[in-house]
Design a protein around this ligand. Structure first.
Ligand code: NAD
Ligand code: MG
Length: 395
């Protein structure tokens, strides 16, 4: 029986993971659940899965949860130190890194240091601290398995070593697919007044708000470009980005002999999660079989960098030391401001561009340096958002 720690349990990835785990009570136990502050949602999950531990970020939330869970044996803790201790617990086999944003870095690093199986959904941690994270995975003897559907597809199309590392020997190119998001085909001018609700209505995937907005701006594909470079040891020019609106082909690998291998499947995160949980075995994910005839057409087109400049910004940032750490931090601030109604959708790239221009970029090779660069980029982004923000009384 493998004990699994599900970080970001109340989120989209966390819930999909718990759904797969619950289908296999003979193989997996959700031993640790962690979330930010949604006490009621966490209470329901704890009642359903009775983990050994539940961790809330804030002590007040943990206290409230503890009160509610008096009648079950789950122990409730709070804060990052507790989470660190639990993800390194020898009884825990796999850690699902499903916290959103830079906040997920510390626990993912702890799991890497402790040599766990890391099921990595949190791409921001890898994008901001790629060198440090990959080195920690190596030195800690961890097994790193990508949950992000595109990177999971790549992993599935590659030969792997016993520790999960992909063998890139005969690979010529990685073809990273993008859905194009809800605004595919629109001009830049037609994006000015889109609302957070429209931006979060992804045509194929049901996801958390932040990644949904990232998909709509194509910033997500920029983050995923960097994610693929770290996971598969590639230069950005060895990765081609292709828009595939049906989200059925999740990415492809082109080999030296001209063969192109693709992984296809329903746009349902339970497939990549089940793959990572069971790797190198396969288990039922609860996903409906793909009906390829019903799907009918598979289209591919080039991304529109003029309408969606976030991707072009990422392609340029990735060539500068620390560029993607700053990109990701600025993007997090800008997306939060857009979701709060403070800036327009088309201001998001402006915030990122301004941060990339104004701050002093250096390659962050220690955790301290990563945190400093992230904090500098956030501060610059907040200043930029403040200048852009329309006073709410006038809007
Ligand atoms: P979500 O917003 O639905 O859930 C986020 C989870 O993180 C919640 O459980 C929340 O409580 C927790 N959390 C938020 N801030 C936290 C903090 N400061 N400390 C501790 N916990 C915190 O997000 P999601 O869509 O599940 O995405 C999670 C991660 O997975 C993101 O990095 C995203 O890019 C990645 N990802 C998601 C999908 C998807 O389909 N949802 C696909 C690929 C990758
Ligand atoms: Mg993805």
């Amino acid at each position: 029986m493998r004990q699994i720690a599900v970080l970001g349990a109340t989120g989209s990835i966390g819930r999909s993971t718990l759904d797969v785990i619950a289908r296999h009570p003979d193989r997996y136990q959700a031993a640790v659940l962690a979330a930010h502050r949604s006490v009621d949602e966490m209470e329901a999950l704890c009642r359903e899965h009775t983990p050994r531990y539940a961790v809330m970020s804030h002590p007040n939330a943990a206290e409230a949860l503890g009160e509610k869970l008096r009648d079950i044996p789950t122990q409730v803790l709070s804060g990052a130190d507790s989470l660190d201790e639990l993800v390194t617990d020898p009884a825990v086999h796999s850690v699902v890194a499903g916290i959103v944003g830079f906040a997920g870095l510390r626990s993912a690093l702890s799991a890497a240091r402790a040599g766990k199986h890391i099921l990595l959904a949190n791409k921001e941690a890898l994008v901001s601290a790629g060198g440090l994270f990959m080195e920690t995975v190596r030195s800690g003897g961890a097994t790193l398995l990508p949950v992000d559907s595109e990177h999971n597809a790549m992993h599935q199309c590659l030969p792997t070593m016993s520790d999960g590392r992909p063998d890139m020997t005969n690979v010529e190119k990685i073809i990273l697919t993008a859905s194009g998001g809800p605004f595919r085909g629109r001009s830049r001018a037609a994006l000015d007044n889109v609302t957070p609700e429209e931006a979060c209505a992804h045509p194929n995937w049901s996801m958390g708000q932040k990644i949904s907005v990232d998909s709509a701006t194509l910033a997500n594909k920029g983050l995923e470009l960097a994610e693929a470079c770290w996971l598969f040891d590639r230069h950005p020019d060895q990765i081609e980005i292709v828009v595939h609106p049906q989200s059925i082909v999740h990415s492809m690998i082109r080999y030296r002999d001209g063969s192109v291998l693709a992984q296809l499947g329903q746009p349902d995160m339970r497939t990549p999660i089940a793959y990572c949980l069971a790797w190198p075995d396969r288990i039922d994910a609860g996903v409906a079989p793909l009906d390829i005839v019903a799907a009918g057409k598979l289209d591919f087109e080039a991304p529109d960098l003029a309408a969606f400049p976030c991707l072009a910004l990422a392609q340029s940032a990735i060539t500068r030391p620390g560029g993607m750490c700053a990109f990701s931090a600025a993007n997090e601030v800008a997306v939060a401001a857009f979701l709060a109604g403070d800036i327009r959708f088309t201001d998001i790239d402006g915030v990122i561009a301004s941060v990339l221009q104004s701050i002093n970029l250096v390659e962050p090779d220690t955790l301290d340096a990563v945190q400093r660069l992230d904090a500098d980029a956030r501060e610059a982004a907040i200043n930029c958002v403040t200048l852009m923000a329309t006073p709410k009384t006038q809007s």
